[in-house]
Write a protein that binds this ligand. Structure first.
Ligand SMILES: O=c1ccn([C@@H]2O[C@H](COP(=O)(O)O)[C@@H](O)[C@H]2O)c(=O)[nH]1
Length: 231
């Protein structure tokens, strides 16, 4: 299975973001705009990335009542992004509303359902959130519910890939943050694997932020990552 790298642009300005993109594009095709950069720079930044030829993953993780999510997903689809996220914890009605909103625009972007954040572990789920089923069962449950709602892609950690690949339809898109080169600082991520491990376990895309834009030589770091997933 082919695994592509998405670089997360979790920086605070258009200048910083484009500094990274200029270095990495076109070797890296995909860039993720999250809530920090989007809140600062908005739709103009997304348009500039698209105009340059980049593939854009807008990661704002919508989680609201179905009517609101339907509306925002129509807006996001109109921006021409390639993928975007909703939280699967919003339930089936919200997921169906997201798909209905996005499908009003053609071509519509791929909606990805965020399952259990990669910054969470078994303890957080059980002790803080009272989700007694634990990580693997919760991820599986949310993916099953998402598939029943018509979703075709999900965000999970590399740790759940093998489990999910065992039963999800073959064309299901699995995107995994929580990826680090061996020896890199893990930071707030809890469920982490290397790019190579994510690749062999079946990730369509890996998302990496700090390891790339925080490195002394992002170009060399990207080459290391691509070697692991293209080998
Ligand atoms: O479960 C999730 C969902 C989204 N993310 C996002 O991915 C990147 C990861 O950044 P790193 O610096 O490589 O840790 C970041 O933008 C998160 O918002 C996630 O980490 N986990």
């Amino acid at each position: 299975m082919k695994t592509e790298l998405i670089v997360a642009l979790d920086v605070f300005s258009r200048e910083e973001a484009f500094g990274i993109v200029q270095k990495l594009f076109p070797r890296v095709q995909w860039f993720k705009v999250g809530s920090i950069l989007f809140t600062r720079e908005g739709q103009d930044l997304v348009k500039a990335l698209k105009d340059k030829g980049c593939r854009v993953f807008l990661d704002l993780k919508f989680f609201d009542i179905p009517n609101t999510v339907k509306g925002v997903c129509e807006v996001v689809a109109g921006m021409g992004v390639d993928m975007f996220t909703i939280h699967m914890l919003g339930g089936q009605d919200m997921a169906k509303a997201a798909l209905a909103g996005a499908s009003k625009v053609s071509p519509s972007p791929l909606a990805l359902g965020v399952t259990v954040l990669t910054s969470m572990d078994e303890r957080i789920l059980k002790e803080e959130l009272c989700l007694q089923q634990g990580v693997e069962d919760t991820v599986s449950h949310l993916v099953r519910m998402g598939l029943e709602s018509g979703m075709k892609g999900f965000v999970c950690s590399p740790h759940e890939l093998l489990l999910l690949r065992g039963w999800v339809p073959q064309d299901t898109v699995l995107v995994t943050p929580g990826v680090r080169l061996a020896g890199d600082a893990v930071g707030d991520q809890k469920r982490v694997m290397t790019p190579h491990e994510a690749h062999i376990n079946g990730a369509n895309y890996i998302v990496m932020g700090r390891s790339v834009y925080g490195s002394l030589d992002p170009v060399a770091t990207v080459e290391k990552i691509l070697q692991e997933i293209e080998a």
